[in-house]
Write a protein that binds this ligand. Structure first.
Ligand SMILES: *Cc1c(COP(=O)(O)O)cnc(C)c1O
Length: 399
């Protein structure tokens, strides 16, 4: 009998007890809105901002309603104009081009390499087209950030980082989100901290933070934020900056603060699971492991592998056979957007030029979440199932 996996790939851990207690206190207080504070109170949102700034080493942090909202706010704070081109990754998820489109700007996609990171050659070729790069660390893969920063400097590109999958990660010891001018994070349920919906933005730049705070809907109460730039920064922009409400509330911040304290330990647990799956898959004929560079401190909350140059039919067969045994693989190469997977050419509001080399990579990417509700044993079983099914399909194709 072949082994079957029965756990859910979408089951997250419960919110820590400490977070549940803090959320209860917020609800008992009746003061859920971030500016609904007693005179000397910083409040859960302000405290989260202070703690997240400290965690990332940023001067300022702003808590907002979602990761997508954080990215759009970053673009607005940088004065992105309707029709302006913004560079971003071809391999990313819908909220990224969506954030660019939400300010009327036009995503220009940059290719992906077999390491699943941005193609730096393609970036150099396209750098002249834009002043901003919205760099998405898709599925937690960090490109050579030192080289990327060099390229950005040479071409006058401002970097905004989408760290939805790299909260807790680093390149050469520098936390993800701290290589560019602005870092954006998501606390949506499937990310590294879970508040259902939510987002954070960090920067060292007082002018950017003043604008972002105003934009997020500060009702001129920005002085109550956790990390506040000098008043002079607000004086320059307060009459010119629209209120586009997207604040975080105390309830979400209350459940996030204990999760932030536990974040590094959680990342270690993800990596233990990642390594079990990676080792279990290593050496499978026809299957390419995405090797992680030494400079990268990653968070293995999901794992990807490549079936490069396989036919569509054979990949679909692997996906179907694994699904039958309870292993949910997402295929980025599928012709139609399915679930959260989609290709750059499926975002038809953003016309793209075909990128054959990237298409070859995207077509071969298989992707799987590794929730912390999986045990190490579960991970070993998942790897055995994938290995067996990839092997079976390959043998059938060869004979
Ligand atoms: C989840 C996600 C975001 C932000 O998403 P929200 O749902 O708006 O919080 C951004 N980029 C990527 C790659 C994501 O997966």
């Amino acid at each position: 009998m072949s082994e079957i996996f029965t756990r859910s790939f979408t089951q997250q851990e419960p919110i820590p007890e400490e977070g549940i207690r803090a959320a209860m206190e917020v609800m008992q207080s009746g003061r859920l809105h971030r500016y609904n504070l007693s005179p000397s109170e910083v409040g859960e949102v302000g405290l989260l901002e202070q703690e997240f700034a400290a965690y990332t080493g940023a001067t300022y942090a702003l808590a907002v309603a979602s990761g997508g909202y954080a990215m759009a706010t970053a673009l607005r704070a940088l004065g992105v104009q309707p029709g302006e081109k913004v560079l971003t990754n071809a391999f990313t998820l819908a909220p990224v081009p969506g954030a660019i489109a939400s300010v009327g700007a036009v995503p220009v996609f940059v290719g992906v390499t077999e390491s699943l990171t941005i193609d730096l050659e393609d970036l150099v070729n396209k750098a002249g087209a834009a002043r901003i790069l919205m760099l998405s660390h898709m599925r937690g893969h960090l490109c050579d950030m030192d080289r990327l920063v060099e390229i950005a400097c040479e071409h006058g590109l401002t970097i905004v980082e989408d760290c939805a999958h790299t909260m807790g990660a680093a390149w050469n010891g520098v936390p993800s989100g701290r290589h560019g001018l602005i870092g954006c994070y998501s606390t949506q349920t499937y990310k590294h901290m879970n508040s259902g919906e939510g987002g954070l933005l960090v920067t060292d730049d007082p002018s950017v933070m003043a604008k972002a705070a105003m934009l997020s809907g500060s009702y001129m109460l920005y002085g109550r934020h956790g990390t506040v730039p000098p008043e002079a920064e607000f004086e320059k922009i307060k009459y010119e900056t629209p209120n586009i409400s997207g604040r975080m509330d105390h309830l979400r911040a209350a459940i996030l603060r204990p999760q932030l304290k536990a974040l590094d330990a959680q990342c270690a647990k993800w990596n233990a699971r990642y390594r079990v799956v990676e080792e279990g898959l290593r050496g499978t004929p026809g299957l390419k492991i995405v090797e992680r560079p030494e400079a990268e401190t990653y968070v293995g909350s999901s794992i990807q592998f490549l079936l490069l140059d396989w036919s569509d039919g054979a990949i679909a067969e692997v996906v179907a056979r694994c699904a039958k045994r309870g292993v949910e693989l997402k295929w980025f190469g599928g012709a139609e957007p399915a679930g959260f997977t989609s290709r750059y050419d499926s975002w038809r509001y953003a016309p793209s030029v075909p990128m054959p080399e990237s298409d070859r990579v995207l077509k071969g990417i298989l992707d799987m979440r590794l929730p912390l509700t999986f045990t190490l044993e579960d991970c070993a079983l998942i790897a055995r199932i994938i290995r067996a099914e990839v092997g079976a399909v390959q043998q059938a194709a060869a004979s």
